[in-house]
Design a protein around this ligand. Structure first.
Ligand SMILES: [Zn+2]
Length: 115
């Protein structure tokens, strides 16, 4: 995939992981990352617990190795590269944070209208 796409995917993962972990878990620590992909270097920090950290790194690794271009949504991929257990964890996380994000968007729209 293109670097731009990769970057977008990484930052989406970052957002979803942060929301999930902060709502569900405790004992996060700040982890600095330097992720390299082709000509790209992504430098950021994310607060995660150990469990999420492991899954996050797994997800980044899988993303790097994704042979599909354009990358489909993992859920719709014909050849999912995730192990079953990890796939389940990931689906739960994405669903949870997706709902949270969706809800907060709706709320802020609603607020703007009523002001
Ligand atoms: Zn966590």
């Amino acid at each position: 995939m293109r670097e731009e796409k990769f970057k977008k995917e990484v930052f989406t993962l970052k957002k979803f992981f942060s929301i999930y972990c902060q709502n569900k878990h405790q004992n996060q620590s700040k982890i600095p990352y330097l992720i390299k992909y082709k000509d790209l270097e992504l430098n950021f920090e994310i607060s995660l617990c150990n469990e999420c950290k492991e899954l996050f790194e797994y997800a980044i690794q899988k993303l790097k190795e994704c042979p599909n271009d354009p990358k489909p949504r993992c859920r719709k991929c014909k050849k999912p590269c995730y192990e079953k257990e990890k796939f389940k964890q990931m689906a739960k996380l994405m669903r949870y944070s997706g709902i949270k994000l969706g809800l907060s968007k709706i709320t802020s729209k609603f607020r703007k209208k009523s002001l």
